[in-house]
Design a protein around this ligand. Structure first.
Ligand code: MG
Length: 269
């Protein structure tokens, strides 16, 4: 099931995106979104007698992280190498504030404090229930679904600050979307799921979750051994190699097989 959040100009609603999708997860042109009563994370999926053509609505971030977005750094060997870092011996965690979250089509604002703003295409895990100390073999029980993230990073500030908070925490630095797929299990594919990032139409990242150093169950176990996870919290699983700069006016599309495409443009703040 593909769970989105959307507006037609009125108050935002959650909805289920129906219809066929291609192998990338892109829905057919005639897809519709069926509105839901309330937030399915808390009240389950209750369909309303209201539907819209997908092309007639504006999609919003499919989840508002209740407390946090947890980032994982250097979780692909080739990316750690391109940044000149050693491989981590355990997952490297950081936090992005929930105020950094924006939705599909929303602008990524280029802050005046940086001269080197980077995209990082990532698979995002959406937590479905309150949990702590989750063993890896129970991780799928606490996962609501998956979506796509851009872990936007001011690379120069990441290097100059000891903490990643400023470099990764500006408003609009965590685009999420286009929806949450609750049926996808990336662990079920021996070859993982493909992650591609396009900068103005050119492929700049081309990776697979099969190259994750720490797999998703390990990440859920590790993060939840430190902090309680709440429904709607998000874990970003790390970015493959090929990170690079974005400039004002650039369009960044991140595609993950089975999840569709998240598209945002960079704008002046
Ligand atoms: Mg990242």
């Amino acid at each position: 099931m593909r769970i989105a959040r959307f507006t037609t100009g009125e108050d935002p609603l959650y909805g289920v995106v129906t219809g066929e999708v291609d192998e990338l997860g892109q829905p057919a042109q005639d897809s519709v979104i069926v509105a839901l009563a309330g937030d399915p994370l808390y009240v389950g999926v209750k369909l309303l007698d209201q539907e819209h053509r997908l092309e007639d609505v504006r999609l919003l971030a499919p989840v508002l992280p209740r407390s946090k977005v947890v980032g994982i750094g250097r979780n692909y060997a080739a990316h750690a190498a391109e940044m000149g870092n050693d491989l981590p011996t355990e997952p490297l965690m950081f936090l992005k504030p929930n105020t950094s979250v924006v939705g599909p089509g929303d602008p990524i604002f280029y802050p005046p404090q940086t001269q080197n703003l980077h995209y990082e295409g990532e698979l995002a895990v959406v937590i479905g229930r309150i949990c702590r100390d989750v063993p890896p073999e129970k991780a799928t029980d606490v996962i609501h679904g998956y979506t796509i993230a851009n872990d936007v990073t001011a690379r120069d500030l990441q290097k100059s600050d000891v903490q990643f908070t400023r470099a990764k925490g500006f408003d609009s630095f965590c685009p999420l979307g286009p929806w949450i797929e609750t049926d996808l299990d990336p662990q079920a594919f021996a070859d993982g799921v493909k992650i591609q990032t396009f900068l103005n139409g050119d492929v700049v990242q081309d990776g697979s979750t099969s190259d994750l150093i720490f797999d998703i169950p390990t990440l859920v176990a590790h993060v939840s051994s430190v902090m309680t996870l709440l429904p709607g919290d998000v874990i970003l699983t790390g970015t493959p190699e090929g990170v690079g700069p974005m400039n004002v006016g650039d369009e960044i599309e991140i595609s993950i097989a089975g999840l569709g495409t998240l598209t945002n443009k960079v704008a002046l703040r």
